[in-house]
Design a protein around this ligand. Structure first.
Ligand SMILES: Nc1ncnc2c1ncn2[C@@H]1O[C@H](COP(=O)(O)OP(=O)(O)O)[C@@H](O)[C@H]1O
Ligand SMILES: [Mg+2]
Length: 263
């Protein structure tokens, strides 16, 4: 029996007349690798904002680990272990890779004790370890401005992990990555401990099906289907609406969207 870490119940977000997220209910078990797929505009990024609290719900309930967090502000949800990598980075470009991760870790553990030299040394060691995990150890002292696109995405994952998440939300982490970078990312995400529950929005279905233990297909703000990767692949409705004949057909309406999405 698995326990539910994240439970969304009747969650909606309206922008005027637009129902960007419309009565969504999803249960994500602890330890899951849950993928959220659907074309541009389906409401995936908005749904993430409702989970992190960067935006309030119009209706519905968000429950984390049995606690109703719907009314909690973003920073309190972060303290409870909700962490997100952003679709668009908010990195300190002139600072080093290492310092960017350190700053994120310190924001999470803001306390007087964290200023003790012993604590700071331990924090630096942890950051080094995270940079090894994401494959950026050789870039620790490099200013972020000098990183490649793929390296920035790796850094974003390190920053999210620095916050010691229970729930890690990844919004298109492989966007703009080379095939080598994205398979490295898949390896990293596969190696995360089960204590980190993943919810991943990803256009690259190779990444989705390599990782996911469960998948929700979102369409026009609504859940079309939640099931195992095999169930999603086999679903006639999903096949027709999304997968088409080839895998890329899922996003045929938006060619190049993986690289260029600006929503
Ligand atoms: N801040 C906003 N104000 C108004 N409409 C928005 C806003 N953010 C997103 N939308 C709209 O909500 C819908 C869902 O967007 P989004 O959640 O970004 O979808 P996805 O991440 O699946 O591409 C889209 O129609 C988008 O244009
Ligand atoms: Mg999006």
């Amino acid at each position: 029996m698995s326990t539910t870490l994240l439970s969304l119940s009747g969650v909606s977000r309206h922008y005027g007349a637009l129902r960007a997220v419309d009565d969504v209910s999803i249960d994500v078990p602890a330890g899951a690798r849950h993928a959220l797929i659907g074309p541009n505009g389906a409401g995936k990024s908005t749904l993430f904002k409702l989970v992190t609290g960067s935006m309030p719900v119009s209706a519905g309930t968000v429950t984390l680990d049995g606690t109703d967090i719907t009314q909690l502000p973003e920073h309190q949800r972060a303290r409870r272990g909700v962490s997100q990598t952003l679709q668009h980075s908010s990195l300190f470009l002139s600072q080093s890779v290492q310092d960017n991760v350190l700053l994120a870790a310190q924001r999470q553990h803001r306390s007087r004790r964290s200023l003790l030299p012993r604590r700071q040394a331990a924090a630096r060691d942890r950051v080094r370890g995270l940079l090894v995990d994401v494959g950026l150890e050789a870039r620790a002292d490099t200013p972020v401005a000098a990183l490649s696109h793929g390296e920035r995405r790796q850094l974003e994952v390190a920053i999210a992990l620095a916050c010691e998440p229970k729930l890690l939300l990844l919004d298109e982490p492989a966007a703009g990555m080379s095939p080598a970078e994205s398979s490295r990312l898949v390896g990293l995400l596969q190696s995360l401990p089960a204590s980190v529950t993943l919810v991943i929005v990803e256009h690259d279905l190779d990444v989705v099906f390599a990782l996911a233990t469960s998948v929700t297909v979102l369409h026009l703000g609504q859940v079309l289907l939640t099931g195992s990767p095999d169930e999603v692949r086999a679903s006639a409705a999903v096949q027709e609406a999304y997968l088409g004949t080839g895998r890329e057909a899922l996003f045929l309406d938006h060619p190049g969207s993986t690289q260029m999405e600006v929503s």
